[in-house]
Design a protein around this ligand. Structure first.
Ligand code: NAG
Ligand code: NAG
Ligand code: NAG
Ligand code: NAG
Length: 377
């Protein structure tokens, strides 16, 4: 027979186990519980202008587990007096580190004292800034409406933004102003971060065509970043930096980069959006949901027009659009781009069009197929 004190002990143990389980269960299921830093995944989407990074960014942004910020480095570029590349790199790295850790005090250097959420660059593009605890507008598992968010979700201070950041398992930042990888090495070795990089590359000929479409916004951008170089020089610089980053991460890469870098070509993304996105989510430790699957499909196949195409994801048939340069660029220009980007095109897998006929004949595939297994490093 059990002694009564043992029985009481057993009852106490069972009750406390139930209570603990209940607390754990509630914590796991309330969206506003804090997720400790060492359980978080930090993802950097690395790209360059006009490379389809809006699409990739949105695909992460709309994921319910993701706190996403678009180009936080913009604040740095526009605030610093002398935008020399060297000091920028370090400042940008430190800015990103703090944001990954949900420390928004780092914004003190770049924002006025009287700051609102709307002081953050492209804030209303971030679904998390239109959702609780920042704003009641968008439930966390739904897609946000930027227009409504713009109207309803601004408020004073960044406390709510910081609080929101701590409740997500993933912090994703997008940057289009990174031209090398080495300055990020300390972040890979930082035990408080679990950093993964997705490097998005697009055919430089398509980049040029897209740039021509929106020349004003690009010129303003490139003028700061590339210190007033001419357009072929800009493309050359972009191509060179893609190769540099890709090689650093894949050829004799330092051990801390193992499994933390993944390159994706925009063309593969639009040809096979669901598979490619599912693979990228998996790389980041996220799950594809049916809702996201539908959304990605509509975005890449749908026909929603867009008023201001410059910074928005446009929903024309993305796979077709990714080939539009072949009809719209003069062959002479295509040849010049192929010259300045020769190495990048060979390394990343874009074939040169040797004649105007070849360029305009869409049945000639200028994309070198890649095995998806090749992407895993
Ligand atoms: C966003 O909301 C506005 C105002 O209600 C509406 O007109 C617009 O169609 C919505 N946009 C989307 C993409 O749902
Ligand atoms: C910040 O928001 C307040 C209202 O909440 C508004 O009065 C003020 O003008 C805003 N400031 C800026 C810089 O947008
Ligand atoms: C386009 O390329 C395909 C495949 O190389 C070829 O069979 C076809 O004759 C070409 N069409 C024209 C109009 O050159
Ligand atoms: C791609 O994979 C196939 C089989 O899965 C293999 O035969 C082929 O050699 C691979 N190609 C490259 C470029 O690795």
């Amino acid at each position: 027979m059990l002694r009564s004190s043992t029985l009481i002990l057993l009852v106490i143990l069972q009750v406390s186990a139930m209570v603990l389980f209940r607390i754990w269960y509630l914590k796991a299921n309330t969206c506003t519980s804090t997720i400790s830093t060492n359980q978080k995944v930090h993802v950097l989407l690395l790209s360059s202008w006009r490379s389809g990074s809006s699409f990739l960014g949105q695909a992460f942004n709309q994921h319910p587990n993701v706190f996403y910020l678009m180009e936080p480095g913009w604040h740095l570029w526009t605030t610093m007096q002398k935008p020399g590349m060297r000091s920028m790199k370090m400042a940008l790295r430190d800015l990103m580190r703090n944001l990954f850790l949900c420390d928004f005090s780092v914004m003190d250097s770049y924002l006025p004292d009287q700051r609102n959420i709307s002081s953050l660059f492209m804030w209303s593009h971030s679904r998390a800034l239109c959702s609780p605890p920042v704003c009641s507008l968008t439930p966390r598992d739904q897609f946000s409406n930027q227009t409504l968010c713009d109207k309803k979700c601004d408020s004073r201070g960044l406390e709510k933004v910081q609080e929101a950041c701590t409740t997500y398992s993933h912090v994703v930042l997008k940057e289009v102003r990174f031209f090398e990888l080495e300055s990020l090495y300390p972040l890979f070795q930082d035990p408080s971060l679990d950093l993964r990089i997705i490097h998005l590359i697009r055919d430089p000929r398509a980049v040029e065509r897209s740039r021509e479409e929106s020349i004003n916004s690009f010129l303003k951008d490139s003028a700061i970043v590339l210190e007033q170089k001419s357009i072929p020089r800009v493309l050359q610089e972009i191509c060179r930096s893609h190769v540099h980053i890709y090689k650093k991460a894949t050829v004799n890469a330092p051990p801390f980069l193992t499994g933390r870098y993944r390159m994706v070509r925009f063309e593969d993304l639009v040809r096979n959006p669901l598979e490619e996105m599912a693979a990228l989510y998996e790389f980041a430790g996220l799950e594809m949901t049916p809702l996201l699957g539908d959304w990605i499909y509509t975005l890449t196949h749908g026909k929603l027009p867009s008023r201001d195409a410059t910074f928005k994801v446009t929903s024309r048939d993305a796979s077709y659009v990714s080939q539009a340069w072949r009809n719209e660029l003069l062959h002479g220009k295509v040849r010049r781009i192929q010259q300045v980007c020769e190495e990048a095109m060979a390394v990343i897998g874009y074939r040169a069009a040797d004649s105007e006929e070849q360029q305009k004949n869409i049945s000639v595939d200028l994309l070198v197929p890649r095995n998806s297994s090749q992407f895993r490093w």
